[in-house]
Design a binder for this molecule. Structure first.
Ligand SMILES: Cc1cc2nc3c(=O)[nH]c(=O)nc-3n(C[C@H](O)[C@H](O)[C@H](O)COP(=O)(O)OP(=O)(O)OC[C@H]3O[C@@H](n4cnc5c(N)ncnc54)[C@H](O)[C@@H]3O)c2cc1C
Length: 481
């Protein structure tokens, strides 16, 4: 193995090798061409890479990684670059290459009888959903960024989204993987089996590893029966505890027909209406909290509607619910979902936020929101808080920014004080400081703070075994050992 790129020769020599392996269209080196790959989704972490590599086959990914290994050039896998923890951008400027998976975007096979689809890592999530629909099946992973995030990124972050309640996280939707390892060799684990107890389940190592253990190039994903009936309802509740009560009512009455159950605080909607003009207040009265619920089934639209209305009627009689809309058309249901999905974008436009993506047991959500809000307001008077997220999964996005007339950047500079207040409480409630967004660059110190020494040591040992020279996404997930 030769020395680092700086020591072993010029950047030009390295780029020549990449061009030789990937062709000129596979290597970007101009600042303007690399700009879209150089900053995270929020534009808050920016570092120009040495080059952006755009392989179009798994073999080209392997060739690129092999050159990186031989020259000790660190590399960062990048999918749609919609991740929330700056995991897909370089951690050191002009010293790392980005490997963009965007051109590796074929659907390799769909086996309807086996209910599986085999896709390359760069397939945009919405395309996989469409391919499943065309075969009268469902690929259930669903999230606000689905028009641009890629399957490789979804699996590398073990994405959650709005249908976890029924179908699980991304990890639960994978049967097989193809992965390029740190030395450029390829592991073909593209098995389409629901049962395979032949030793360690290696794919689980790469799922959720955020590009630190290997580059995912393809996956076999599970498909499900396509729902033929859906019912979407938006309703108001006076407090988060009422939302949890209603979640349990829906579950008891509707079982696993309940696919989504999303909470939104009033400030989320105020910011949405201010930042994105096409949305209107759904009710004539303002309420402090709202829930968007969805039921799906393979038949019986009328039955679903009757069920939803009966649960909501009971909720109103018991004063958990004040007002409700049950969507009358697919278009109305989509409009309600778009409100929920645009909340992150509206927040991004509104202000910089200290953002928390936490999980607590569902039974402790109300306590978490109340205690975290009280603690932050006591420490930072006038602070603005938005809370929204996947109640059914115990996953709340809990974001804070300075009062409207205060300096938001000064507040962001105190991010670690804010994190400590919120995350200490989350841990005390038996929760997780990162429910679905991962660690990336921005939560490495939180991992160091909250993981036990033995967990950290195990993670370091796995990293050392799979990436002994440390070229895969350095600076992400793990603190320096
Ligand atoms: C509006 C909006 C809504 C969102 N809603 C949700 C939500 O509800 N639930 C949720 O979980 N997330 C959500 N996200 C976050 C984000 O969309 C997900 O984390 C998504 O899975 C990231 O996919 P990506 O292709 O953009 O990955 P990227 O951002 O490109 O990469 C994310 C991480 O994965 C690694 N990676 C990417 N591709 C590969 C690969 N092929 N092999 C190995 N490592 C790879 C990168 O190095 C990086 O560490 C949302 C984001 C936005 C912008």
């Amino acid at each position: 193995m030769s020395d680092s790129p700086a020591a072993s020769g010029t950047r030009e020599a390295l780029l020549t090798r990449f061009v030789h392996a990937l062709g000129p269209a596979g290597v970007l080196t101009e600042t303007a061409d690399m700009a879209p790959y150089a900053a995270d989704w929020r534009g808050r972490v920016r570092a120009e890479p040495l080059a952006v590599l755009r392989p179009s086959t798994s073999a080209e990914v392997a060739a690129a990684v092999r050159i990186c290994a031989q020259t000790r050039t660190p590399l960062v896998a990048q999918g749609g670059n919609t991740g929330q923890c700056a995991g897909a951008v370089a951690s050191v400027a002009r010293a790392q290459v980005i490997v963009s998976l965007s051109r590796l975007n074929r659907i390799r096979a769909l086996d309807a009888q086996n209910d599986t689809i085999t896709v390359e890592a760069g397939c945009v999530l919405a395309r996989v959903q469409e391919a499943a629909t065309a075969a009268d099946r469902l690929f259930p992973l669903s999230l606000g960024a689905e028009g641009s995030c890629q399957i490789g990124g979804n699996l590398a972050t073990n994405a959650g989204g709005t249908a976890v309640l029924r179908y699980g996280n991304a990890r639960d939707l994978v049967l097989g993987l193809e992965v390029v390892l740190a030395d450029g060799s390829m592991w073909d684990g593209l098995r389409a089996l629901r049962k395979d107890n032949t030793g360690y389940d290696l794919k689980q190592l790469f799922l959720g590893s955020e590009g630190t253990l290997g580059v995912i190039t393809a996956a076999v994903l599970k498909l499900f029966a396509a729902p033929k009936a859906a019912c979407t309802a938006l309703f108001s509740v006076s407090e988060p505890a009422a939302a949890v009560t209603m979640l349990n009512r829906f579950r008891a009455r509707c079982g696993d027909r309940l696919t989504g159950f999303e909470l939104m605080s009033r400030p989320c909607l105020d910011i949405l209406f201010k930042q994105i003009a096409r949305f209107r207040d759904p009710f004539p009265t303002r309420y402090p909290w709202y829930v968007l619920a969805e039921l799906r089934d393979t038949h019986g639209a009328d039955e679903l509607r009757t069920m939803v209305e009966s649960v909501l009627d009971a909720g109103m009689r018991e004063r958990h619910v004040q007002d409700a809309i049950v969507a009358r058309s697919q278009a109305q249901a989509e409009q309600l979902w778009r409100m929920r999905e645009e909340i992150p974008e509206a927040n991004r436009r509104e202000a910089p936020w200290v953002r928390h993506d936490v999980a607590v047991p569902v039974s402790r959500i109300a306590e978490f929101i109340e205690r975290a809000s009280e603690a932050l307001r006591a420490r930072f008077p006038g602070i603005r808080i938005v809370a929204f997220g996947h109640v059914g999964d115990g996953n709340i996005h809990f974001n804070a920014t300075a009062a409207a007339d205060h300096d938001a950047e000064a507040f962001i500079a105190r991010q670690h004080d804010v994190y400590a207040l919120v995350h200490d409480l989350v841990m005390a409630l038996g929760g997780s400081f990162s429910a679905e967004h991962g660690i990336g660059l921005v939560k490495v110190d939180q991992l160091a703070r909250y993981k036990s020494p033995i967990e950290l040591a195990l993670m370091q040992r796995i990293k050392g075994a799979l990436d002994p020279i440390g070229i895969l996404n350095p600076g992400k997930v793990l603190p320096p050992s």
